[in-house]
Ligand binder design. Structure first.
Ligand SMILES: Cc1ncc(COP(=O)(O)O)c(C=O)c1O
Length: 374
């Protein structure tokens, strides 16, 4: 059997990693400023993470959601405390798309409605309702196009007001910092406005924090830069530092009932051990503060490079906008400088999504290599 060929691959085969260092099958070293697409939050093979998972594996990797799992409760408690979201409940699943799928489903159950508002350049995953709320017709199959989603421009209050008052929506879903789309953000004024309008119109506000969450923006969640409270928050990526896990935080004004949501693998023992290890390291190593501080240092360094026209994002969720398409630059950064970075729907944007414990020295290395390549 061969692989279903859906990924254009760089000719690099990583086999070992530590912190932000990655080695390929020939022993060549690379620096990971991409974090495997914002997934590696506390660094590759962090010793505490490895220990926690190994210990859990020796005890028990999995049992279904039909029995007590104290690890899920421990995780919910710690996540509530660290994020400041203690008035939310946790439901665990396995990926970002599944998190958004469950968030949209909850919004529909809660309001009895089905239409969704999403925004231009959004990305929410590749499953049924999540992909329908993703602004990319080429990854929406006819079966997905049955969902009724209205795409609106970000930060256009007039368009938003017109839409939300003229139709029956169950949810508004948005990324507090757009990832795949290219690091655009709602303004505080717009975010506060849509939060207010959602309340007035009985519409559930979903913050997709799959990529911007877990300290990456310098606050636990990126929406916390704007002083609003969503009804549902979706999480994944950095939450497990590479262990496949996702979840939603549902405001406790939503009432659960048995069987409303469910999954076989979601919240299993191994996933909880990985997630607890991530939170423990985030706390012990003060990584949110580091993301904020080192992110500012990155911006200072970026300002010294004339080819960079704009620096987008917050903390360590950063996009460098050039006045040319960056595909070739990114390829050279990987193959010649041995540094991983990311791309976006905006073809002029190079994305920087490293582990949250990188240092100023790591950033100096990145800019030396970038200058050389430019
Ligand atoms: C903001 C956002 N939401 C959802 C997803 C989907 O997550 P997953 O690939 O884990 O399904 C992504 C993935 O890139 C994302 O960036």
């Amino acid at each position: 059997m061969k692989l279903f060929d859906v990924y254009p691959l760089y000719d690099v085969t990583p086999v070992k990693a530590k912190g932000i260092e990655v080695w390929d099958d020939k022993g060549e070293k690379y620096l990971d400023f991409y974090g495997g697409h914002a997934v590696i939050s506390i660094g590759h093979t962090h010793p505490h993470y490895v220990k926690r998972i190994k210990e859990q594996l020796d005890n028990m990797a999995f049992y279904s959601n039909s029995v007590q799992n104290p690890l899920q409760k421990e995780l919910a408690k710690k996540l509530g405390e660290m994020s400041g979201c203690e008035d939310y409940d946790l439901f665990m699943c396995n990926s970002g798309a599944e998190a958004n799928e469950n968030a949209l489903k909850m919004a529909s159950f809660h309001t009895g409605k089905s239409k969704v508002i999403a925004f231009t350049n959004s990305f929410h995953g590749r499953t049924s309702a999540a992909v329908a709320a993703t602004d990319n017709p080429s990854i929406n199959a006819p079966i997905n196009k049955q969902q009724e989603v209205t795409f609106l421009p970000l930060n256009d209050k007039e368009a938003f007001e017109k839409a939300i008052t003229s139709d029956d929506y169950c949810a508004v879903i948005l990324e507090a910092i757009q990832g795949v789309g290219g690091l655009d953000e709602p303004t505080t004024e717009f975010f506060q406005y849509i939060a207010e309008k959602c309340k007035e119109n009985n519409v559930v506000l979903i913050a997709d924090e799959v990529q911007s969450g877990y300290g990456r923006s310098g606050k636990f969640f990126a929406f916390q830069h704007h002083g609003i409270k969503p009804d549902i928050i979706s999480i994944a990526k950095g939450m497990g530092n590479g262990f496949p896990v996702g979840g939603i935080l549902i405001h406790d004004s939503f009432k659960p009932s048995y069987g409303l949501l469910g999954t076989t693998f979601g919240g299993n023992h191994l996933a909880c051990a990985a997630c607890l290890a991530v939170l423990e390291v985030l706390e012990d190593e003060n990584l949110m503060d580091n993301a904020a501080k080192v992110g500012l240092y990155f911006r200072k360094k970026a300002a010294e490079i004339p080819q960079i026209k704009n620096v987008k994002g917050k903390g360590l969720m950063i996009g460098l906008e050039f006045d040319f398409e960056i595909a070739d630059l990114r390829k050279k950064m990987i193959l010649e400088q041995h540094m991983f970075t990311g791309s976006a729907k905006n073809k002029k944007l190079l994305r920087f999504l490293p582990a949250l414990n990188i240092t100023k020295e790591d950033i100096d290395l990145f800019f030396e290599a970038l200058k050389k390549t430019l």
